[in-house]
Design a protein around this ligand. Structure first.
Ligand SMILES: [Zn+2]
Length: 111
């Protein structure tokens, strides 16, 4: 997995934790640790190339999970079979471009 994909996956984990905390806050629970999460998020976001970050942000507005694994050759977001050419390249190493699902547009990673 390329570094940018790893970082985006980590960013998504943090975002999911943050939204869980915020939901707890709405229920009246303490939000201890939320600041730390937001700090970690900002730091990580700063390490991701701007165009990939914007792509992630845009997708995460549309989906709960903007970045999903390919399992059994299928995009876990929409179940479309990922074409062999994309499976082979995994990620375009020359440009560092991300691989996205042709159907739903989510960022894919290969496990
Ligand atoms: Zn998909």
């Amino acid at each position: 997995m390329a570094k940018v994909t790893q970082k985006l996956a980590a960013l998504q984990d943090i975002d999911l934790l943050i939204s869980e905390r915020k939901a707890e806050e709405d229920l009246g629970f303490s939000t201890a640790g939320l600041e730390n999460l937001e700090e970690a998020r900002a730091k990580l976001a700063g390490e991701v190339d701007g165009r990939f970050l914007r792509m992630y942000e845009r997708l995460s507005k549309r989906y709960d999970r903007a970045i999903v694994p390919v399992v059994g050759h299928r995009c876990l977001g929409c179940s479309l079979v990922v074409p062999t050419s994309k499976r082979k390249s995994g990620e375009d190493r020359a440009t560092g471009a991300l691989v996205t699902c042709e159907s739903c547009g989510r960022i894919l990673f290969f496990v």
